[in-house]
Design a protein around this ligand. Structure first.
Ligand code: NAD
Ligand code: UDP
Length: 336
C-alpha cells in the first residue's frame, strides 16, 4: 500500500516507517520538523537501504497535503503529526487544538478530496483520565484531564463521525500507552528537540551528563513502592501494532479503537532498577513532589488488540532499556 506517514520523522513515526517499509509498503513521510530533525530521514535511508521520500510541511496546510496525496498516489494515512506535551498543552491550549485537532481536520479534508479513506490515528491512553478500574480496557469511560487529552479525544470523535457519514471509511484509533526503547540499529530513537518531559528520554539525558539527576515525581502514591506506575511498551512493538492495524482495515470498515500496551505496569523505581541492571550504569536521582496532573497508576488491557489485530507486545522492559542505552551510545559517538 502507498502510505503517507505524517509526523514520520518523529519518534514513533520513524520506527513505524521501518516496520511498514520492511513489510513491503511504499512510504512517504510528511513532517514539519517542529520536534524532529532531517537527519532522521538520512538514518532511515541507511537502515532501509533506499532513499526515503520526504515532504517538509505542516498538516494544517491543506493544499500541500492535497498535492502530496495526489502526487504520491497515497492509499492510506497514518497520522502521528501532533504535539504531545501535557504541560505545554495546559499553558497553551490553542496551540494544541490547532496542531492536533485542526491539523487532523485539514488532513481529512485533503483525504476526502482524493478519495483516500484509510486512516490510522495516534491516540493515547490519556483519553481515559482518572481510572475507575484497572487495567483500562477500551470500554473504560473517557474523561481526559488536560487539553492534550481533550485534543486526542476530539479527533477520535471526528473519526467516528466521519466513518458514520461514509461507509467506505476505515479508521483505526490506536491508544498508545508509554512508548520506550529504540530500533535495534541504534540509529534512530527518541530525540526530543527540548528538555524531555517523559521518563525514559529524561533518564537518557541524565546518563549522558546533559542533566544532573532524575527527579522522581512523588513517592507517596498507593503503588508497590510509592512511585508512579505506567505500561511501558517497546517502540518497535508499537510500530508493529500499526502494521497489524493497516492489515485489519483491509477487511473492516468503520472506526475501531484498540489499546496498544503490554498489559503490565512498572513503577519509576522498577524502571530505574531494570535500566541500571541491564546496562551496568548508575542513574542519579532525587525524590521531588508529585507532578501536577499525574495519575498514580495506569496500564492497559491489551486483549482486544490480540483478539482482533492478532498483535501483542513481544519485547520486555529489559530490551527497551538496552535499546535506549544502545541508541544513546551511538548518537553520542556520532556527535563527537
Ligand atoms: P514526536 O514529537 O517525536 O513526533 C511527532 C512528529 O510530528 C514530529 O516529528 C513533529 O515534527 C511532527 N509534527 C508536529 N506537528 C506537526 C504539524 N502540524 N505538521 C507536520 N508535522 C508535525 O512524538 P511521538 O512520540 O513520535 O508521538 C507521535 C504521536 O503519538 C503524537 O500524535 C503523540 O501525541 C502520540 N502519542 C505519543 C505518546 C508518547 O508518549 N510518545 C503517547 C501516546 C500518543
Ligand atoms: N516521571 C518522573 N520523572 C520524570 C519524568 C516522569 O518521576 O522526569 C514519572 C511520572 O511522574 C510518571 C512516570 O514517570 O509516574 C511516567 O511519566 P511520563 O511523563 O514518561 O509518562 P506519562 O506520565 O505521560 O504517562
Amino acid at each position: 500500500m502507498n502510505i503517507l506517514i505524517t509526523g514520520g520523522a518523529g519518534y514513533i513515526g520513524s520506527h513505524t516507517a521501518i516496520a511498514l517499509a520492511n513489510a513491503g509498503h511504499k512510504i512517504t513521510i510528511f513532517d514539519n520538523l517542529c520536534n524532529s530533525k532531517l537527519t532522521v530521514i538520512d538514518q532511515l535511508t541507511k537502515i532501509l537501504g533506499f532513499p526515503v521520500n520526504f515532504i517538509n510541511g505542516d498538516v494544517r496546510n491543506t493544499p500541500l497535503v492535497n498535492k502530496s496525496l495526489k502526487e504520491n498516489e497515497i492509499e492510506g494515512v497514518i497520522h502521528f503529526a501532533g504535539l504531545k506535551s501535557v504541560a505545554e498543552s495546559v499553558a497553551n491550549p490553542l496551540l494544541y487544538y490547532s496542531n492536533n485537532v485542526q491539523g487532523s481536520i485539514s488532513l481529512i479534508e485533503a483525504m476526502q478530496q482524493n478519495q483516500v479513506k484509510t486512516f490510522v490515528f495516534s491516540s493515547s491512553a490519556t483519553v481515559y483520565g482518572e481510572p475507575t478500574y484497572l487495567p483500562y480496557d477500551e470500554k473504560h469511560p473517557t474523561n481526559p484531564i488536560n487539553p492534550y487529552g481533550h485534543s486526542k479525544l476530539q479527533v477520535e470523535t471526528i473519526l467516528g463521525d466521519w466513518a458514520k457519514s461514509d461507509p467506505e471509511v476505515k479508521a483505526s484509533i490506536l491508544r498508545y500507552f508509554n512508548p520506550v526503547g529504540a530500533h535495534e540499529s541504534g540509529l534512530i530513537g527518541e530525540n526530543p528537540n527540548q528538555i524531555p518531559n517523559n521518563l525514559m528520554p529524561y533518564i537518557a539525558k541524565v546518563i549522558c551528563g546533559s542533566l544532573p539527576n532524575l527527579n522522581i515525581y512523588g513517592k507517596d502514591y498507593g503503588t508497590r513502592d510509592g512511585t508512579g506506575e505506567r505500561d511501558y511498551i517497546h517502540v518497535m512493538d508499537l510500530a508493529e501494532g500499526h502494521l497489524a492495524a493497516i492489515d485489519y482495515l483491509k477487511n473492516n470498515h468503520g472506526s475501531h479503537i484498540h489499546n496498544l500496551g503490554t498489559g503490565h505496569g512498572t513503577t519509576v523505581l522498577e524502571l530505574i532498577e531494570a535500566f541500571q541492571e541491564i546496562n551496568k550504569v548508575e542513574i542519579p536521582y532525587k525524590f521531588s513532589g508529585r507532578r501536577g496532573g499525574d495519575l498514580a497508576s495506569y496500564y492497559s488491557d491489551a486483549n482486544k488488540a490480540l483478539k482482533e489485530l492478532g498483535w501483542q507486545a513481544r519485547r520486555n522492559l529489559e530490551q527497551s532499556c538496552k535499546d535506549t542505552y544502545h541508541h544513546l551510545l551511538i548518537s553520542n559517538n556520532r556527535a563527537k
